[in-house]
Design a protein around this ligand. Structure first.
Ligand code: ADP
Ligand code: MG
Length: 244
């Protein structure tokens, strides 16, 4: 059973206290939305969880293994994977080569044929198979996001964190990302979706976390969180005004 336990995380950048004692747990294949205003600390939390940023204090356990002091490749090996708000493909490698890199780096390969078969089935699912021999830099922004999702699929992590997966994505690709999320979740994996797109978050999430300038101010079923006065004041109310 997948178990992520985040306890009392603090992160400061100089005088800026970005995470102020963040705690939450993920039990099993949950589909979780993580929302909060710009600058709330969502990406920083993701960076701490994936090992890119070391917290000042607090702990993270994944399946009983402590991961908060590990390097990103070790965290990936432990079973947590993430995508980036700003995509990071290897621009001068082909689409197919991009998929092979994480699997090769973590030693998760059978033979070359097996790796290629798996890569091709991932590309077909993401409708990128016709682009397999193109350089990643030739892809659209949305396609690069799909490629990054594909790289995660190759590693098959227990916990997947998607940082703004819908930002700048064409509606057609959005459907593929929805299908991706459902497929990974149905395969028994936990997913945390960070997004400003409330319709997408509410359509997909079974549970909502709200981070407000370093504090986790809500954690519960989306319908309840939506009505929480603290959440409305901190985020949803303001956002609706901006959208109007
Ligand atoms: N490496 C860093 N150095 C200094 N400040 C940072 C760094 N990363 C993030 N911050 C600051 O931390 C705050 C939270 O940022 P971020 O985690 O990106 O928020 P969100 O993803 O919720 O929009 C912001 O004020 C941002 O400027
Ligand atoms: Mg962010």
């Amino acid at each position: 059973m997948i178990h992520l336990k985040v306890s009392n995380l603090h992160k400061r950048f100089g005088g800026l206290h970005v995470l102020k004692g963040v705690s939450f747990e993920v039990n099993g294949p949950e589909l979780i939305g993580l929302i909060g205003p710009n600058g709330a600390g969502k990406t920083t939390l993701t960076n701490v969880l994936d090992g890119a940023v070391t917290p000042n204090s607090g702990t993270v356990y994944l399946n009983d293994q402590r991961i908060d002091q590990l390097q990103p490749f070790e965290v990936a090996r432990a079973g947590l994977g993430r995508t980036f708000q700003v995509t990071r493909a290897f621009r001068r490698m082909t689409v197919l080569e991009n998929l092979a890199v994480p699997a090769l780096a973590l030693g998760r390969t059978g033979g070359a044929a097996e790796l290629r078969d798996k890569s091709m089935s991932v590309l077909e699912f993401l409708t990128l198979d016709h682009l397999r021999n193109e350089y990643a830099q030739a892809l659209s922004g949305g396609q690069q996001k799909l490629l990054e999702l594909g790289r995660l699929l190759m590693l098959d992590p227990d916990v997947v964190i998607l940082d703004e997966p819908f930002a700048g994505v064409h509606p057609k690709l959005m459907e593929i990302i929805y299908a991706y999320i459902r497929r990974v979740n149905e395969a028994g994996k936990a997913i945390i979706i960070i997004s400003h797109q409330m319709d997408a978050v509410f359509a997909l999430s079974e549970r909502l976390l709200v981070l407000n300038f370093g504090d986790m101010i809500a954690d519960g079923p989306p319908d309840e969180v939506k009505r929480d006065p603290a959440v409305i004041e901190a985020y949803l109310g303001v956002d609706e005004e901006e959208d109007a």
